[in-house]
Design a binder for this molecule. Structure first.
Ligand code: TYD
Ligand code: MG
Length: 458
């Protein structure tokens, strides 16, 4: 047991500490996140303990020998893509996501893939008993893979196990919130425990050259420490997300010291585990009813990947004084902006109508280039004129109603061409490579041009 200092109140959201309990954290402004913890004495070797003098280190210039980052390919192409070519030995990766989204499933598949290639993969499960993990392995038909498995939550035991034998190529800890260090009095899942466990595991990974993958829960109530604190400590942060009612799952890079961010990996949760989806557009356009008014296909981008998705709108006369506006999968502020632009710049007023907007498949779109497709869907539903099903849209709309150029036009058009679309409505501005596809391209400079072709009661 380490020497125990005074009592501190630590915010479970941001990690800030305060001497007194308050309802609201003064650092991040979250409510009810302060938890009492006993502050332990400084970590040994941190230089803060009495009697230890530091020694000077050699300072170097920026120029010098560099080596290319070594990579260990997992064999799961979508994961290799989001990490920038495979996990880096000696690095730490955090996968965050809501409970039940499929983190344990994904990591068991990764461990099995590494083990099948002859690597040493060690899986520490803190949440489930070994029998449960075995059941999952059977379901995934991976029971034969030589993965080393243990159900353990004590940090010291985990580190001792790791030091025993040759270094592992891959270490998985599921989840970091369940670990506890003897030296700390705080409960598992509190910021100090999570921080201490992460630090020790990262140090081990650096020394042994093992790739470390940590699972972190994201909870709304914050009863467990959100992985925000560890996001700063690890090299790569991935988020695994998806809608409960939908089978697809997205793996998104939030931070990556060894590669690009904003990449996505797409998986489908099937009965035998996660299946990689190499052509996500087909998944999102799968079962659309192209004849109904109010549906427009958006040629979007996710990272460096083009992704076609249907945007659906329903505009109906409202019996209410304040009509309803509901959006799923898109920003509601952008919808308000779009409605205002349609009203002020194009003379199309939806003020007396309820407006519903939905992105098909449960995908969330954050790109401003979706404006034009959303506007097309709204206008089509309002006028009752279906859009021709072989058309795609993209372009950002400014407050003046002008359609602004979007990045990666060529890649978007190529994807639309590949999936059998014949026409594209795109911004007038911006360079495109006309020879790269066979689409009939309609370039518009102002939203009015679209509104005129889709005016009501035609
Ligand atoms: P899990 O990996 O346990 O989620 P997490 O670790 O993120 O909490 O996966 C949970 C869900 O996935 C569970 O509700 C069942 C479903 N699932 C399948 O649909 N197919 C499968 O093959 C597996 C293993 C799980
Ligand atoms: Mg799990």
């Amino acid at each position: 047991m380490a020497k125990v200092g005074k009592t501190l109140f630590v915010c479970q959201n941001c990690g800030a500490s305060a001497p007194r309990w308050t309802g609201k954290c003064s650092n991040c402004g979250e409510w009810n996140t302060l938890v009492e913890e006993l502050s332990a004495s400084p970590a040994p070797g941190s230089g803060l303990t009495a009697g230890r003098k530091g020694s000077a280190v050699a300072l170097e210039s920026l120029k010098g020998d560099t080596v290319e980052t070594p990579r260990m390919q997992t064999g799961i192409i979508e994961l290799d893509r989001v990490t920038g070519g495979g996990v880096v030995p000696g690095s730490a990766l955090l996968i965050g996501g809501e409970p039940g989204i499929g983190k344990s499933t994904l990591l068991l598949q990764v461990a099995a893939a590494i083990a099948a290639k002859g690597g040493r993969a060690t899986y520490f499960s803190g949440e489930e008993a070994t029998a449960q993990v075995r059941l999952r392995a059977e379901r995934l038909q991976l029971a034969e893979a030589p993965v080393e498995l243990a159900a353990e939550t004590n940090l010291a035991n985990i580190l001792a196990t790791l030091r025993d034998g040759p270094p592992a190529d891959l270490i998985i800890v599921d989840s970091i919130q369940t670990l506890w260090a003897d030296a700390l009095d705080a409960a598992p899942g509190t910021v100090s425990q999570v921080r201490a466990a992460t630090q020790s595991l990262i140090r081990h990974a650096k020394v042994s050259g093992s790739a470390l993958i940590l699972v972190g829960h994201v909870t709304k109530e914050g009863s467990l420490a959100g992985p925000k604190v560890i996001e700063h400590m690890v090299d790569t942060v991935l988020y695994f997300e998806g809608e409960r009612g939908h089978a697809f799952r997205l793996l998104r890079t939030i931070k990556n010291r060894f590669g690009p961010t904003n990449e996505i990996g797409v998986f489908e949760m099937a009965t035998k585990g996660l299946r990689e989806v190499s052509n996500p557009s087909e998944l999102f356009l799968g079962d659309r009813d192209a004849k109904a008014p109010g549906a427009a296909v958006f040629a979007g981008m996710e990272g460096t990947r083009p992704l076609l998705v249907e945007i659906q709108a329903l505009v109906a006369p409202s019996p209410l004084g304040t009509p309803r506006r509901a959006v799923i999968g898109w920003d509601s502020n952008r919808l308000s902006m779009l409605l205002a632009v349609l009203d002020a710049r194009c003379g199309v007023s939806l003020a007396q109508c309820d407006v519903y907007l939905n992105v098909a498949g449960g995908l969330k779109i954050t790109e401003p280039a979706a404006d034009l497709a959303a506007a097309a869907a709204l206008l089509s539903s309002f006028s009752g004129v279906p859009l021709s099903p072989d058309r795609v849209f993209f372009g950002e709309i400014s407050l003046s109603g002008a359609v602004r150029a979007a990045a990666h036009s060529t890649a978007r058009l190529k994807e639309a061409d590949k999936l059998g679309f014949a026409k594209a409505v795109i911004p007038a501005a911006g360079e495109i490579d006309a020879k790269a596809n066979d689409l009939e391209i309609d370039r518009i400079g102002h939203l009015k041009q679209l509104a005129e072709t889709l005016s009501p009661c035609q």
